[in-house]
Design a protein around this ligand. Structure first.
Ligand code: RB5
Length: 359
């Protein structure tokens, strides 16, 4: 058990929090909604301590709190003019922007994915802690996963004392205001959650209508017992990204035969019921062999970034197969994101070669 320091939100507390965070510690502090638990966003080990303290699944990403728009530039790979206009008008406050992350962001923050949610809180204590750390902070809510959120320092202490380095007592949080979440990483802005910042306010700020009403893309998912747990984590990730998912089983970790799930998923893809398929077994190989028996399926087993991108660009692969005994869940999430975000190159050579397969 570590000793958890508890300080009132006064000058000394911020200095101390800054030192703790700079040395890889984790600190709880009030935000606009509930108490948050922060770590320096570039520090793998500090970010992992957050997961450990909360008992949180490493497959779930964390969002980042910044002191101002300028810090969003430290975190994001690109900040468009529209993103800047939105920050200018609604920050600090209840607006989370999902942007492509740059490579300073710890992979544990994004759970292996390529994007990150960023928000500037209005709460003075939260801003003071970020300022003291001299860095944006990865900051989920300061409570054990699955337990209710903490709205006071006492709530945090009861739940997490001995597991975190420091708590800053800044009184009781107002809760209430849920932030609007906007995904700025796709072809158009998508409103993932509408809170106090409304669609009309966003459209007025960027000076145009948002076109996010297109049909959601459907992914057919399947696994055998060996891939069951990974499949579930990936389905959750797909849903968080706004995909629709049809799960063809299996539905428990009891031993079963992969060919039937490969067939069901493949048939959903060739019939057009789903746009893409995802199959997980121990190695990914049995699934791909079985899926490729269905005409029109181009199933690829992947375990690295390069091949995942190439199989979309060159082979127009429509089913991704991964091995739960080969790669871990954060890696599988990363590869799935690459698979979904990479377009077929449409090169004549590639079209000709795929045509030969399909003959
Ligand atoms: C099941 O034990 C295992 O053989 C299967 O998950 C897969 O790896 C087949 O290719």
């Amino acid at each position: 058990m570590m000793k958890t320091l508890i300080y009132k939100a006064e000058k000394e507390a911020f200095q101390r929090a800054g030192e703790v965070l700079k040395h890889g510690g984790i600190v709880a502090f009030p935000t606009d909604t509930v108490y948050g638990l922060g770590a320096v966003y570039t520090d793998d080990e500090a970010v992992r301590s957050i997961f450990r303290a909360k008992g949180r699944d490493e497959g779930k990403p964390l969002s980042i709190l910044v002191e101002g728009p300028w810090q969003a530039e430290m975190v994001a790979a690109e900040v468009t003019d529209e993103a800047k206009a939105l920050m200018e008008r609604f920050w600090p406050g209840a607006l989370t922007l999902i942007l492509p992350k740059n490579n300073t962001v710890s992979d544990y923050v994004s759970a292996g994915g390529s994007t990150v949610g960023i928000r500037m809180p209005a709460d003075e204590t939260a801003l003071g802690v970020i300022r003291a750390a001299g860095s944006p902070l990865a900051a989920p809510s300061a409570n054990t996963s699955g337990k209710r959120s903490s709205v006071s320092a006492e709530d945090v202490r009861t739940d997490l004392e001995g597991k975190i380095d420091m708590i800053i007592d800044g009184g009781t949080c107002p809760i209430g205001i849920s932030s609007t979440v906007l995904d700025l990483t796709g072809a158009d802005i998508r409103i993932l959650r509408e809170g106090t910042v409304t669609r009309e306010m966003i459209e007025e700020t960027i000076g145009r209508r948002i076109n996010d009403k297109q049909e959601a893309v459907m992914i057919a998912a399947g696994s055998d017992h060996a891939g069951f747990e990974m499949k579930n984590a990936l389905i959750e990730h797909l849903k968080e990204r706004g995909y629709e998912v049809k799960d063809f089983g299996c539905f428990s970790a009891e031993s079963c035969d992969y060919p039937e799930y490969a067939k069901a998923v493949s048939e959903a893809v060739v019939s057009g019921e789903a746009q893409m398929g995802m199959l997980i077994c121990g190695t990914g190989i049995g699934m791909s062999i079985a899926a490729n028996k269905v005409k029109g399926i181009r199933a690829a087993v992947v375990s690295d970034e390069f091949s995942t991108q190439a199989t979309r660009e060159h082979n127009d692969a429509n089913v991704i197969c991964m091995g739960a005994r080969v790669i871990d869940i954060p890696k599988a999430i990363k590869l799935l994101d690459i698979f979904l975000d990479t377009e077929f190159s449409n090169g004549v050579n590639h079209i000709r070669r795929i045509g030969k397969i399909e003959q």
